[in-house]
Design a protein around this ligand. Structure first.
Ligand SMILES: CC(C)(COP(=O)(O)OP(=O)(O)OC[C@H]1O[C@@H](n2cnc3c(N)ncnc32)[C@H](O)[C@@H]1OP(=O)(O)O)[C@@H](O)C(=O)NCCC(=O)NCCS
Length: 122
């Protein structure tokens, strides 16, 4: 099958992105999380992908990260996802934290880095 042709077709309506923002009493952002919805052609419901969970250093340990992560779970369910995925860089420590929120460790992630840090802004 050496003459097989591959076409890349962008399907914009198959993905949506939501930013969940935690703010202090003055409205200043102190943490956030991203929820991506990805649709494929094998399922009627989308997959949710949870990433970029970050709480400002000064506000850590007060339950804000847990609150954001729980909101991601309830939003993914509300938006009709049939499953929610996320992966963690820190395989040693953070696993128990995710387990306390209801996640279970599942499968193995694979990764290819195309550039250092992904053009990180901060
Ligand atoms: C992880 C993070 C979002 C937690 O936010 P938070 O508001 O402090 O979370 P909570 O207050 O709800 O929970 C704090 C608990 O998580 C634990 N925790 C946080 N980061 C951890 C880590 N990397 N490894 C192990 N435990 C961790 C804390 O020790 C604390 O435990 P305790 O409840 O037993 O005291 C925050 O530390 C952060 O922004 N870290 C940098 C970015 C990051 O690692 N994001 C997650 C990528 S997978």
């Amino acid at each position: 099958m050496s003459d097989t042709q591959l076409e890349v077709r962008e399907i914009k309506e198959y993905s949506r992105a939501f930013k969940i923002i935690a703010s202090d009493d003055r409205g200043k952002e102190i943490g956030h999380a991203m929820l991506y919805l990805m649709q494929d052609e094998s399922h009627t419901k989308p997959i949710g992908y949870f990433s970029n969970l970050l709480v400002d250093k000064d506000f850590r340990g007060a339950g804000i990260g847990s609150k954001l992560a729980k909101k991601v779970i309830s939003e993914a369910e509300r938006l009709g996802c049939y499953k929610l995925l996320c992966s963690s860089r820190d395989s040693r420590g953070i696993v128990d934290w995710y387990k306390r929120l209801g996640y279970r460790a599942h499968s193995t992630s694979f990764r290819i880095d195309f550039c250092d840090g992904g053009g990180k802004l901060e």
